[in-house]
Write a protein that binds this ligand. Sequence first.
Ligand code: NDP
Length: 329
Amino acid sequence: MEPIRIGILGYGNLGRGVELACAANEDMQLMAVFTRRNPESLTLLTPGAAVVAAAELEQWTDKVDVLVLAGGSATDLPQQTPEAVRLFNVVDSFDTHANIPQHFAAVDAAAKETGHIGVISVGWDPGMFSVARLYANAILSGGADYTFWGRGVSQGHSDAIRRIPGVADARQYTVPVPAALEAVRAGKNPQLTTREKHTRECYVVAEEDADTDAIREAIVTMPNYFADYDTTVTFISQEELNRDHAGIPHGGSVIRTGTTGQNGENTHVIEYSLKLDSNPEFTGSVLVAVARAAKRLADAGETGCRTIFDIAPALLAPQTPDYLRAHML
Ligand code: NDP
């Protein structure tokens, strides 16, 4: 079997995660990483793969089967995915939930025009958590949904703290409230406010002579990000931040509880949970499994945009359908 030839556009945390996932899958071959920066400034982990300027993407259409987009959701992917799907079959991890329908429409139009497949919003949330929500809802039609995130680093919240005057660096952890998780897991269907579901832990490096009381106040009162949560702020040195908070862990649980029976006398709890040491490496692994599915859909002549909901599970696996039926059913 010829390996599936992968390209990666964007070489940040997620780009490196995708690269590692390619190396871990025998049916994948990383051909090239494309970057908007000077290609000479990047050193890949994979021997033999090329580093190429993003402006030269067009020259690689016959050397790459699936291009995995690893840029940021805020400004990179809304532009890059509809452009790239004109040239390649693509997979992205677009995670701005509210804008997914709009992103889908843009990618769908471009993919259909050019005869490619584009799978968007792949990862863990959206991604594996979305699948868990869909299965649980289809099965327990009368019930309640809960998603808990963490304990994990929120890059968006960490960035928001870094923008406060006097802050040199910061890491923010989102942490589920144990009592809330317990009540949900016990099938009690509690009504939970934002504050009752998660707390926020902030580790902040202040600049020399900065007013730490003012920084603390600016964080805990920040609308949308922290004001609705119980937030703790701990000031530490840059050395401590580098030593104790260098990783990018994340995870969480999707839970649906519901009842069946004539009088709703039987309670059921469905839970899917993830504990990830490295958010980008896990997300990269999901993207690569979906790249395999994208190649199979493209080989079958399908075109247009898809999400994880449209991907049949067997398409993700490297094994044959016979093997899956014999060993995994
Ligand atoms: P990064 O900020 O590390 O990288 C984003 C892009 O920034 C890179 O592709 C890179 O593009 C560019 N970049 C510019 N300068 C640098 C630099 N000095 N070092 C590294 N990259 C640089 O973001 P992440 O990789 O952590 O995350 C990417 C996106 O993945 C997030 O925006 C998030 O939306 C999404 N995501 C989705 C998940 C899901 O579950 N669906 C889970 C986790 C993340 P270039 O090489 O072209 O310069």
